[in-house]
Design a protein around this ligand. Sequence first.
Ligand SMILES: [Zn+2]
Length: 340
Amino acid sequence: MPSIIEKLYKGSSFLELTKENESRLPSEKDIRKNYTLEILGTGLLKIIPNNVDSSHAYIISTAIHGNETAPIEIVDGILKDFFKGSLQICAPTLFIFGSPKSMNIQKRFVDFNLNRLFAGAWRNTKPCYETTRAEELEKVCYDFRNEFNKHQLAHYDLHTAIKPSKHEKFAIYPFAIERAKVSETQIAFMEDLGCEAVLFSKSKSTTFSCFSANELRAESFTVELGKVWPFGKNPTENFKKADDTLRSLLSGHYVTREKPSESLIKYDVHSSIIKQGSNFKFLYTKDVDNFESFAKDTPLYEDNGKIYKTEEDELALIFPNTDVEIGQRAGLLLRRRRND
Ligand SMILES: [Zn+2]
């Protein structure tokens, strides 16, 4: 029987193999002339160029939420072209399809939002599919970091958003305790992926990118590339810039820029809205897009019988979601940076 890697070279898609083997894909290692390839489990593929002396290493993750198809399809295309021989990969790269089971049911998650379970949070959550997967993903990431300990590691966790957004594409730069300074070249890379805005977190969280920024000393971002569409329905022109930029990065052709342009919009997190009671509700009457801003003293939400009013002008709201567990984040309030 041909090995899995053999099948990939013959045109099979790693995405399809992952979906067909949602619980388990046997580990496999194949050392070839130019590359060492390793399947580390379902949805987990490591590609190491043998003859390239790169100081960079990458983790490219998608499908942390299973229905966020555009970045999944971008990576599927990149891998197909790699196995066809039409795209080189010039730095050690770990590709991750985060949640095969939720891809198969075309849902954000099976039991629990995977992107809240990193940095060991899976240990404190009732065991379920996502806790097991978070543990597995952390392990392969730690191993990858240990293997390429001296490399400059970047982790791009690629998503699409449920809600319409005033900025179609944006990135979240997680808070990292030991990061000495903001990497302007990385922020510029976000702009090259097509992001109009970057949002700077000010506290640690249990997202995948925050885990890798802190535990793996990676330059990490959660990247929101636009709207959720079903598999096969993504308007590819909307994602072309991200696709092209990722390809040029991985193939060693990307030219770094010192800093982003003036037009990139920057936000700081003002506060997290944490759901305290089961009757939590937002008080705006019409549906709002991500980054909708509110005037000072606008009654924004009601929780445990108390009404919260915005404390200052032009606070922008993203990821409003009442449908989260008590104690989880129901939204984030942002403050736009004016002069930087
Ligand atoms: Zn997502």
